[in-house]
Design a protein around this ligand. Sequence first.
Ligand code: GAR
Length: 203
Amino acid sequence: MKKIINIAIFASGGGSNAQKIMAHFQGSEVGCVSLVVCNKKGAGVIQIAESFGVPVVTIDRQMFYETEQLLEILKNYKIDFIALAGFLWLAPAYLVRAYPRRIVNIHPALLPKFGGKGMYGHHVHEAVKAAGEIESGPTIHFVDEHYDEGDVIFQIACPLNADDSPDEIARKVLALEHQYYPIIIEEQIKLIDSNVSIGRLFD
Ligand code: GAR
């Protein structure tokens, strides 16, 4: 029998995607959200995690970039797969190496357009509006050591109206994120061979 894949969600914002992912995997035989890693005290995602009974670990920059302590934590929770959901820090090399093609991110635009450093949240939607784009939508991609450059796993576009405000664009894109991110995560973890899952390798 396949073992259940342990997922960690890295998030630092309101956590609406994290909420959808946790709800999706409740009672699942495929995956379990076993940990939330957050880099912002008081972030909305912390309360959401608590409401699902998912433990939260808070990290700071020094720990994330100058130590590999996080790997020990991920090992303790037997984490096999990581989903970034509104987590804005660049993944350090040690993390990418420990989880090759096991870290995914969702970006609120059709990469490679509107990606890179500083392109997050409303900045993205304002840039999409300023460019007069006729469509936008989320991209789900593997994470490497560069901002928004890993291989694309999934994209979906929705049409934009000329008078859509950045907030309206954000609303349309976020609805697609919520609809597809949990499903794409499930598809990815189903591809993991439990015999070589990272959690097992750590043991
Ligand atoms: C989402 O729209 C996500 O695509 C975006 O942050 C938002 C988090 O919302 N991520 C980025 O911009 C990454 N570059 P949430 O906290 O409600 O899930």
